[in-house]
Ligand binder design. Sequence first.
Ligand code: ISE
Length: 337
Amino acid sequence: MTKILRVAVIGAGRMGADHIQRLNTRIHGAEVAAVVDVDLARAQAAIEGIPGAVALADADEALNSGDVNAVLIATPGFLHEDILLKAIAKDIPILCEKPLTPDAESAWKIVEAEQKLGRKRIQVGFMRRFDAEYAALGKIIRDSELGELLMLHHQHRNPTTPAGFTNEMLINDSVVHEFDAIRYFTGEEITSVQVRLGKATRNAPAGQHDPQHVLIETESGVLADVEIYVNAKFGYEVATQASFEDGIVSIGGDKGAYTRSNGRWGGAVTPGFEERFGAAYDVEIQSWVDAALRDEIGGPTAWDGYATAACCEAGVEAQKNGEKVAVKLNAKPALYS
Ligand code: ISE
């Protein structure tokens, strides 16, 4: 059994760099062995001060290195498939940032490759499941504390979007989290997605319609809606209100010190997802490492990655036609039940 994970982090951008710091300073049982980025200077900057870590420009070199026994994939989603297939072939623990892959067909290939391997090696980076408030709401639902869950109302607001953030990415990159959260909360698959495009902000870049209203249905008829608003300017907010037979539960929103001074009251707006979900990322990565050391996975599976990819595909079609689009899923393989 592996005693310590020697991790190759592929992609040293915003999320990759964050995970490198996390692995280096806060996570037990794992070390950064290699950082790979097409921009070698960026990889070099990311390993600064990390003893025993090497910077590389080629993922194959990292995967073939005798010093690497696990991989964390933090490149843009369209690059995941190739690295995932190679890492599965190596039979090593994999943490793959969301999305697993950008579409259902390529995600299914990954599910098939893992099935062929015969054991779960991939954990998908849906970190909201590791947020304390998400977990608390999940428990209320599972324990039927307030009767049946009837509806979920999600607000997903980002201050701004990075260059190249397309209209489809509102679904594929952002609402993908709600698709996963709704599946996690309800324990059900999503059956349909509809997208309504109403009045748009002048602050969105050309090509993006922002905000959008996404309507989602699950197998038992739970209705969920998402306000996805990615140029909301004021700050970062990911919040949910759940309506039950016997009560209402709200999670998310700003936290921190509530101050009254000089005739005013208030606190600070959360600036971004690193601040909102920093603790959840730590728990997520520690859960991955602990499980990997037992040859298991400690979070969402490749099936979750595939199912959300299918939801995204329906969502992008729904953005275009305004209709309620059915989510098409292959039968769930025994490996994931
Ligand atoms: C980003 O990639 C994330 O994963 C954030 O959690 C999400 O809020 C944001 O919309 C995405 O672009």
